[in-house]
Design a protein around this ligand. Structure first.
Ligand code: 3PG
Length: 204
């Protein structure tokens, strides 16, 4: 599924925090208009689930996932409102089991080689490397790529417009995530053109 999706989008995943539900659709439209289709809507605010539902209903070009999932209840709730992929900051046995039963696109968070091995053993070969900058950044990912070269990552955490390109140069990075694509300042000003400009500027 990821391969199919990655043909349709620039290789970045905005990590989105919705403070006002009315922002969800125009923000998603701005990102999609700028060529960014994979959207991770976090459950950090009470509007996360509704935002996923609204974007799915109104922005068909978007590929909408849920982020900051830390419980199986949240996992199920997000699937009910139409989340197409699920991202977790770390993993637990119950979250891995839930993802196995679902069988859809799942990005569990990992930060060490042992975690990568555990998640791979559970049957997943794509993971979120989080918190990317704090957990060793590009050098860490390059080092992991030696012994664990069959795994590919979406690094997230502490990455911005100046650094995402360095990560994308790595063979084991399929996309880069972060909140720099939807800055709080532009969101609260409802500056959708500004968000589209950021998406436009992302390299393909
Ligand atoms: C995440 O949940 O992926 C991160 O908190 C996003 O990190 P950033 O705000 O440093 O991009």
């Amino acid at each position: 599924m990821w391969d199919l999706w990655l043909q349709r989008t620039k290789p970045v995943v905005p990590v989105i925090v919705i403070n006002d539900l009315d922002d969800a659709v125009p923000m998603a439209q701005a990102l999609v208009d700028g060529g960014v289709h994979l959207l991770e809507v976090t459950l950090r605010t009470e509007h996360g689930l509704e935002a996923i539902r609204d974007i799915r209903a109104n922005v068909p070009e978007a590929i909408v996932g849920v982020g900051t999932v830390t419980s199986t209840q949240q996992f199920h709730d997000a699937l009910k409102v139409g989340a197409e992929f699920v991202v977790t900051p770390g993993f637990t046995a119950s979250l891995l089991q839930c993802a196995q039963e679902w069988g859809g696109p799942f990005l569990p968070g990992v930060a060490t080689t042992s975690e990568v091995m555990q998640v791979r053993e559970a049957g997943f070969s794509r993971m979120k490397f989080f918190p990317a900058a704090a957990a060793g950044g590009r050098d860490m990912l390059r080092s992991i790529g030696g012994p664990l070269g069959d795994v590919s990552f979406c690094p997230t955490g502490g990455i911005g417009a100046e650094t995402y390109g360095d990560y994308l140069e790595l063979n084991n990075v399929f996309a880069v995530g972060g909140s720099w694509l939807t800055p709080e300042k532009l969101m609260s000003a409802r500056n959708w053109q500004g968000i589209k400009d950021i998406a436009d500027a992302v390299r393909s």
